[in-house]
Design a protein. Structure first.
Length: 284
């Protein structure tokens, strides 16, 4: 389900529109996805029939360690968007070690990049991970891998590039507590993939073949509820006229600029788009 909604979505639209002029209300595309232990985050964005990455063999078959493609959420690219999680629950098992919750268990993991998707280094293993892509199939070297081994997993804000695999865990700055972590969405991203990082340390991804339910358990999934929010007002709001829409966008853009979510160039682009749009026109 993809829903356009505001913080105040239970209130009448007119009221929502008028509050926009006073506050930078946020709008969200919200979704809940189930991520399976075999969902290979490095398989993000591959064409059907492409190998899911594994150093030990080919395939989208789930055999030979390649696992299966990760789950995907599509959205509209825009500068200044932020991803956050309202809930991540469940347990998976990596085929050895303990059953792990969304933040994983203490065990250093260092997986190399594969075909345009960056590797990742983390102090835990068996956690929920993500990667943003545009509409292109990942290829080439990919961006610089993120390294959480020194900085840890208790960050509050994380700025991301396309193709950069990132730690999500339970989406909180602690484990089961703390602040809601803010993931800055790359301005040109159109797809968020959720999956699991697995492989042998110092190698590319793989070893997904033995992931599954912990002995005695029947499930091996994480359930993640999240939203991608933007402070930009919607085109189809209850605007009295085009000018009212444009001034609402200007307020939101100013705020995002002040918060460092967008650059001056992106701000100018957003204002130019708003000015040229038909939003708020033909309404008396
Ligand atoms: Ca956490």
């Amino acid at each position: 389900m993809v829903a356009q909604q505001g913080k105040t979505n239970m209130k009448p639209l007119l009221f929502l529109a008028s509050t926009l002029l006073l506050h930078a209300a946020t709008y969200a595309s919200a979704e809940t996805l189930t991520v399976y232990a075999k969902d290979n985050i490095f398989g993000a964005g591959r064409l059907p029939g492409d190998d899911t990455p594994s150093p030990s063999g080919p395939a989208n078959s789930g055999a030979n360690g390649g696992g299966v493609p990760p789950v995907v959420f599509s959205f509209t690219a825009r500068p200044g968007q932020v991803l956050s999680f309202s809930s991540v629950t469940g347990h998976i098992w990596m085929g050895d070690g303990p059953e792990s919750g969304p933040d994983g268990f203490d065990h250093d993991l260092n997986i190399l990049s594969y075909e345009g998707i960056a590797g990742i280094r983390t102090p835990t293993t068996g956690y929920l991970a993500g990667v943003f892509l545009d509409d292109n199939v990942p290829a080439g070297m990919g961006p610089t891998p993120l390294d959480f081994s020194a900085s840890g997993i208790n960050f509050t804000v994380l700025e991301l590039e396309l193709g950069q695999v990132f730690f999500i865990g339970d989406g909180l700055s602690g484990t089961g507590s703390g602040a809601v972590q803010q993931f800055k969405v790359p301005a040109t991203a159109t797809r968020l993939f959720l999956g699991i990082v697995d492989g042998r340390n110092g190698q590319g991804p793989g070893a997904y073949d033995n992931n599954g339910p912990f002995p005695g358990s029947s499930d091996s999934t994480f359930t993640a509820s999240f939203a991608i929010t933007t402070a930009l007002p919607p085109c189809d709001g209850a605007w009295k006229n085009h000018g009212e829409y444009v001034s609402a966008v200007a307020k939101a853009v100013e705020q995002q600029l002040a918060e460092g979510l967008i650059t001056q160039e992106q701000a100018d682009e957003l204002m130019s788009e708003a000015g040229q749009s038909d939003c708020g026109k033909n309404k008396k």
